[in-house]
Design a protein around this ligand. Structure first.
Ligand code: TXA
Ligand code: MG
Length: 316
């Protein structure tokens, strides 16, 4: 059983495992990550193997903060402004990779750019401080499935493939980081996530650009159908059938579903994001013929929630 509570001793062991080229799952404030030393090609290859990724999507590299980011990437003034505003936190910045960064090509799938993030979770920060290496980590799920927000989810996805699964409890934000490319031209939103677009645009003083076609090509994660439970999703539901499960939102919930989970009875989008993936997993096990999903507002974290639901619904 590779799941261990994230005590200081366990974190030290996890750092040793990473340093010798093993892969380790750890909590972040967004979702659990499956980490490898980003300077070690064989370790990074183990991540792709464990996830059964059909192709080599570029991975996010986790660093303690801006100082370390500067070692691996060219941090422009705009990128620095965003990092100072939101790091540590749920924002990944796609930047130009430094040629002498030492980050192995497999991490960025051969691209000349790199996605960097300083996670805020105390366990992730302690692990990074102990290991003193950049940690490449995608979400700790098998390819095409929902991101894990508890250690038990990671174990269900990956079993004993990671050398260790550090248990730091439930991820407080529960949805992946927002990915923004800052490559000289206008900053572009590549993936909506746990940091709302509005907060970023307030700091920039300008709207984020849409992901350009070349960025989307460079960010295969954007094209993938993803985050899928095996039960089909029915979006925009205003009523529910007795053989359906209901993913509800808000105070006015139709009765009669086989199972119901309300993402937020008070209509709070942060609370809804934090519960989304665990709720999908639970409803997927309810034996329903479909998961009916009530409409969710598009603003704030609603953009990321609707993005993930849309991908899950497109899966089939
Ligand atoms: O919250 C998160 O971001 C979690 C935790 C563990 O940090 N990680 C995560 O990683 O969600 P992953 O691999 O599941 O998603 C990484 C996303 C993908 O959409 C990928 O295509 C994009 O980041 N990405 C990574 N490097 C990129 C690059 N150089 N250019 C464009 N997109 C990139
Ligand atoms: Mg993922």
């Amino acid at each position: 059983m590779p799941v261990v509570p994230a005590t200081p001793e366990a974190i030290r062991h996890a750092a040793e495992a990473l340093a010798r080229g093993d892969i380790v799952a750890f909590p972040t404030e967004t979702v659990y990550g499956l980490g490898a030393n980003a300077l070690d090609a064989r370790a990074v290859a183990k991540v792709f193997a464990a996830k059964e990724r059909p192709r080599f999507n570029p991975l996010i590299v986790h660093v303690p903060g801006l100082g370390e980011a500067e070692k691996y990437a060219v941090v422009t003034d705009t990128a620095r402004m965003l990092a100072q505003a939101f790091w540590p936190g749920p924002l990944s910045l796609v930047l130009k990779k430094r040629p002498a960064s030492g980050i192995v090509d497999l991490v960025s799938a051969g691209l000349e750019t790199i996605a960097l993030r300083a996670p805020a979770h105390p366990v992730a920060q302690a692990l990074l401080a102990t290991v003193q290496l950049p940690i490449a980590a995608p979400s700790a799920n098998r390819s095409g499935r929902i991101s894990p927000t508890t250690a038990a989810h990671v174990e269900a996805e990956l079993d004993d493939r990671p050398a260790m699964i550090l248990d730091g409890g439930r991820c407080p934000l529960g949805i992946e980081s927002t990915v923004v490319a800052v490559l000289g031209d206008a900053p572009a939103l590549l993936r909506p996530g746990a940091l709302a677009r509005e907060a970023i645009e307030l700091v920039l003083g300008a709207p984020l650009a849409a992901a350009a076609a070349n960025h989307r090509g460079a960010s295969p994660g954007q094209l993938e159908t993803h985050y899928a439970p095996s039960t089909p999703l029915r979006l925009g539901a205003v009523s529910v059938a007795p053989d359906e499960a209901l993913l509800a939102f808000g105070g006015d919930v139709p009765a009669g579903a086989r199972a119901t989970i309300n993402l937020s009875a008070s209509g709070n989008l942060e609370e809804a994001a934090a519960r989304l993936f665990a709720a999908l997993r639970d409803l997927d096990r309810s034996g329903a013929t479909a998961i009916a999903v009530m409409p969710i507002p598009a603003h704030g974290l609603g953009e990321a929630i609707n993005d993930r639901l849309q991908r899950a619904a497109n899966q089939r």
